[in-house]
Design a protein around this ligand. Sequence first.
Ligand code: TRP
Length: 332
Amino acid sequence: MEKKIVLTGIKPTGMPHLGNYLGAIKPALELAKSYEARYFIADYHSLNTVKDADTLKNYIYEVAAVWLACGLDPDKVLIYKQSAVPETFELTTIINAFTSKGLMNRAHAYKAQVDVNREKKKPDDHNINMGLFTYPILMAADILLFDAELVPVGKDQKQHIEMAADIAEAVNRNYKEQLLTIPKPFIDESTKVIIGLDGRKMSKSYDNTIPLFCSEKKLKKFCNKIVTNSQDVEEPKDPDTCNVFTLYKLFATQDQQKTLAETYKAGGMGWGYAKGELFTVINDSIKPMREKYDALMADKSYIDQVLNEGAKKARVLAGKKLEALRHAVGVK
Ligand code: TRP
């Protein structure tokens, strides 16, 4: 039996954070063990917000190096840059003709920007480019081009996958043929919300993230910034309501958790100590990946090679798909 196709993309907009790693990257790599996986770098999606060429180029390398350092095996998982598969943009043109403007008006990301504008008493269209407005169509093309059945994403992206399914259905209905595979979002409910420095969900928009890879010194600084209460050293402390301990649980063994919880409850422990313990478990678990990451970034030729080979393979698949579509719509 053929394996189902799982596909997801990461937008290169800066170093992924620990929440991205635990909530998206790690589960995606798990899924790759039982599905045929296609994981790409959504670079043209970033162009909507990243307008400096060198910055974008560096972000693209960062995302590629993160995937590889976290264990993506390019012999088993197809990895490529969206921009290196121009068939994506031809498919975008085709599906544009099947996407109502009304559907785009309802997209959360676009509506959120309109809300910001209204709050600031700016015109609705302020700071909104067509890339943002049509974002779900490009994303649908990414997905439909590769016949993805499962798309692992965070909750915030669920609507986009549903829109891709709507668009695919509109095409299939029109040509009375199953031209496009209907994708489903894959949202792993078991992945816990990863909290950030302030106890809210770790998110770039809250500015409370801990980067997945940075120097040990910086990681230590981030750990020290985690918000705690103002209890004195002598007071016994409650691990269950503490941000430091919540993060600690994600990286520590059961034994380590038990020991630190006892230290909390015994009193006489300052927050600096708990934060130091947290630093140690995070650092121990990501250090081997960080070393790989640093090596990949120091000599980018391996990343270039992986992405070039990935693009070649992706274009063979995409070329076939698009050729069938060109015939189906009548331009060939
Ligand atoms: N929009 C996704 C995000 O911001 C990234 C993305 C682009 C994507 N194209 C995709 C995810 C296709 C899954 C499938 O996280």
